[in-house]
Ligand binder design. Sequence first.
Ligand code: HEC
Length: 97
Amino acid sequence: MRIAGGDPQLGRELIQRYGCVACHAIPGLSSYGANVGPPLHRMGERAYVGGVIANTPDNLVAWLQNPAAIDPRTAMPRLGISEREARHIAAYLVKPH
Ligand code: HEC
């Protein structure tokens, strides 16, 4: 999967800034033990986002900006991520690690 306008290196920095590792184990980042949400390895190959919508670039970017808009019962909070930031973050997540 390719995320248009996404820079994985910027995405890595944003993932650290937004504290995603408090809840998720993420490849390439020190988050061992975080287990509130699912581990985010091999996101580029995952079939669904949040178990509810197809894992396409647009859907993944939308999820990161506002998870509850996609699944009202999700435990993942809205973190105030802009679309541009979500593109960078998604690019990091789908990059093969
Ligand atoms: C307070 C804990 C928490 C934080 C912080 C958090 N998430 Fe989540 N996240 C979750 C939970 C719980 C789920 C599972 C949601 C569901 O399936 O409804 C989830 C699901 C996801 C998914 C979908 C995974 C899949 O296989 O469907 C992605 C991608 C994701 N989070 C990325 C992020 C990123 C990137 C950040 C930081 C910007 C972040 N999350 C911050 C709790 C969190």
